[in-house]
Design a protein around this ligand. Structure first.
Ligand code: FE2
Length: 299
């Protein structure tokens, strides 16, 4: 298989048997026009507003003017219930200012904008997404993490082969990823690549929180990746790629002069047990919310 199957988004979100087959066989499913171009543009505009806010710049200054790694670690490790801004290497001038506009040097925004920002919330808690997850076998999916990923032109780096369940643990494992193309994603600007069917193998690594500011990567299996040809998933704006937490995937660098904005959400099944080994922590007044039952207020 060199071109993965892609489907028109099912009316109402419930996957057809052919879609369920593709997801179970390949570990991922490509649904075109899952969201409208206007919805993509609205999220992108909101992200631009956030990244031009003082909060983004304040922390840019911290990173560029301190050699204290603990502050950087804390900024990341405490981002599970915040909206925080993570820059590409080389984003800063010597005086601590950004060398380019934020959208040209940010790596991502994370990890709780789906619960803290109205625009992100209404995009994320989408009833069709709930029906899709249930149709794929998740009983009570809750959204645990969001990332707005910029992969800026020329400096957007590659993301090496990994399984997302490495970073999000339940017993049993139930991590499910949603990746929305907010702009056209191509091989040139760093689209996703998958190893079809490789989600049927074991989870290779577990990223475990070991302290207030520390994690360790534990080896769970030394099984080699299966010898299958990676497939690129070029995706038009508005496409959703939904994938199993064990599905190995990567993305190349952005070597083009076009940005490749994407939005990702991760769900876990609340029917399974959330584990304390997760790096993500939530303050008590911001619990995870069910994709099935949480409905953003209108307006
Ligand atoms: Fe990933």
């Amino acid at each position: 298989m060199t071109v993965p199957p892609r489907f028109a988004t099912p009316a109402g979100g419930t996957p057809t048997p052919a879609m369920l087959d593709a997801f179970q066989r390949d570990g991922f499913l490509v649904l075109e026009q899952f969201v409208t171009p206007d919805a993509c543009d609205e999220l992108r505009e909101r992200a631009l507003t956030l990244m031009r806010s003082p909060a983004a710049t304040e922390h840019a200054t911290i990173f560029s003017t301190t050699s204290d790694d603990h502050r950087a670690d804390r900024y990341f490790m405490e981002s599970g219930d915040q909206i925080r801004f993570f820059f590409e290497d080389g984003a800063f001038a010597d005086d601590g200012t950004l060398r380019f506009e934020p959208e040209e040097c940010l790596n991502k925004i994370g990890h709780a904008q789906h619960d803290l920002d109205r625009v992100f919330e209404s995009f994320s808690y989408n009833p069709d997404l709930a029906k899709l997850a249930v149709g794929l076998g998740w009983q009570d999916p809750a959204l645990v993490q969001s990332m707005y990923i910029l992969k800026p032109p020329r400096i957007g780096g590659e993301v090496h082969l990994h399984q997302d369940a490495t970073f999000l643990h339940t017993d049993p494992d139930t991590c499910l990823g949603f990746w929305f193309a907010l702009e056209d994603a191509t091989e040139a600007n760093g689209c996703l690549w998958f190893l079809p069917g490789a989600h049927k193998g074991p989870l290779r690594e577990r990223n475990v929180r070991t302290g207030e500011l520390t994690t360790e990567q534990w080896n769970l299996s030394s099984a080699p990746w299966p010898n299958v040809e990676p497939v690129s998933v070029e995706a038009k704006k508005g496409t959703l790629v939904v994938f199993h937490g064990y599905a190995p995937h990567y993305s190349g660098p952005n070597q083009s002069d076009r940005s490749r904005h994407a939005y990702t959400l991760h769900a876990v099944d609340q029917a399974a047990q959330w584990l304390d080994s997760n790096w993500i922590r939530r303050r008590s007044d911001l619990p995870f919310r069910s994709l099935l039952t949480h409905r953003p207020e209108a307006g």
